[in-house]
Design a protein around this ligand. Sequence first.
Ligand SMILES: Cc1cc2nc3c(=O)[nH]c(=O)nc-3n(C[C@H](O)[C@H](O)[C@H](O)COP(=O)(O)OP(=O)(O)OC[C@H]3O[C@@H](n4cnc5c(N)ncnc54)[C@H](O)[C@@H]3O)c2cc1C
Length: 451
Amino acid sequence: MTLPSSLTARAVTEPEVKATYAVDESVGVAAPDHFEVVRARDLDDVVEVLTYAHHTGTPVVPQGARSGLAGGAVAVEGGIVLSLERLRSLLDVDPVECLAVVSPGMVTADVKAAAAAQGLFYPPDPASSAFCTIGGNVATNAGGLCCVKYGVTADYVRGLEVVLAGGEVMRTGRRTAKGVAGLDLTGLFVGSEGTLGVVTEATLRLLPAPDPALTVLATFATLGEASEAILRLRRDRHRPSLLELLDATSIAAVQSIADFGFPAGCAAALIVQSDRPGHTAEDVQRYAAVLTDAGATEVAVADDAQESDALLAGRRALHHGLVAKGTHFIEDLCVPVGDLTRLIAAGHEISARTGVEISMSGHGGDGNLHPSFFYDPADEASRHRAEEAFGDLVKVALSMGGTITGEHGVGSLKARWLPQEVGCASLERQRSLKALFDPRGILNPGRVYWS
Ligand SMILES: Cc1cc2nc3c(=O)[nH]c(=O)nc-3n(C[C@H](O)[C@H](O)[C@H](O)COP(=O)(O)OP(=O)(O)OC[C@H]3O[C@@H](n4cnc5c(N)ncnc54)[C@H](O)[C@@H]3O)c2cc1C
């Protein structure tokens, strides 16, 4: 494919730089041989790419920071990678309406910092917030560490500007706190993984800032006791602002890169926080009592922000610990919280039966675990066994009314499971909507709806 001369000025030509735009953080989606990369500088560039692509039938993969874990931002053969990372303006922070208007390439942590500078709070907190972008978060409906209290990205998007296939610019939603005029197209675009249009601006809802969080770290002799303790905490009148679960494999993995203070031999850990204004110290003492009563073997309670960060540090290091441990693919199953213990037991049973090492950690308070399946990259059969083991666990999660993806998206890696989760009637309507917005199928082809 040859780009029109008007776009070549924004195209990446150096092969080594171009190669960095080929893939995201997912494991197992190969980079194509031929593709172009255009780094948009403004709305007009996005319009131009989507006009050209629509008329020529050229595939377009919108890209933020490429931190996606579902293969949704990987370049496609003969297509254009449209990078939004240079559109990173903070357009407005309105402390009266409690909203921020941002460009899609703004890094999530910078949006949080801009809100905090005005005494406000942008809650979504993916573990990748230091480098992922708002456009990617909107497109994947990103979650993270504080969803147990605050929900996901969708709960904070009031409106969007999107460029449609063909180049038309459309606004959805509004700035106002209320509004029911017309269908909720904002909701349709949040989580659509770059398949319906390209997000070029987001109007985000902000909250008054909470208190700095205090943390409790509790360890358990069994993973089952830890997951039962989660249920007790969820019945509490004041919902923790963070409730994370680590299993023995994950604890050993993070302890192997540094000493995060986990006692030797513990089978599971829960990390719990409160950020309730004026009540954090009281809340963490109450959580500590609940956790002790639920069978925790050791409980550490932070007195100040520094101790709090130290108790959370092991969780923050989880991704690095698992990467250091070995090659694995990371999954994203979410089940009703009441079924978490059964999901974990099923993971253990599958691991024992197949010989595949599986770690079962993640956002326990949401019932959203990121089971990681380890395999030998030099051994195709080992990888195949890991994929089969994942398939077995997916079936268990779906049988519980769970989902194949709590927050990472379907992308290309989970597309084969989508029909099983949503059913024919829903899938057909979803494909019809895709065709309505993108009749030539140029936007992120092969992702989400294709089984
Ligand atoms: C260490 C690590 C920790 C993580 N922790 C979490 C976590 O706690 N919670 C969580 O939810 N995710 C997590 N993720 C996954 C990832 O960070 C999120 O999915 C994030 O939202 C992706 O943002 P991005 O800017 O990197 O998007 P990309 O990876 O570039 O793209 C992701 C998807 O969004 C689409 N897209 C990107 N920008 C746009 C746009 N402007 N318009 C339309 N479509 C667009 C892409 O086509 C693709 O389908 C983690 C990833 C890593 C590597």
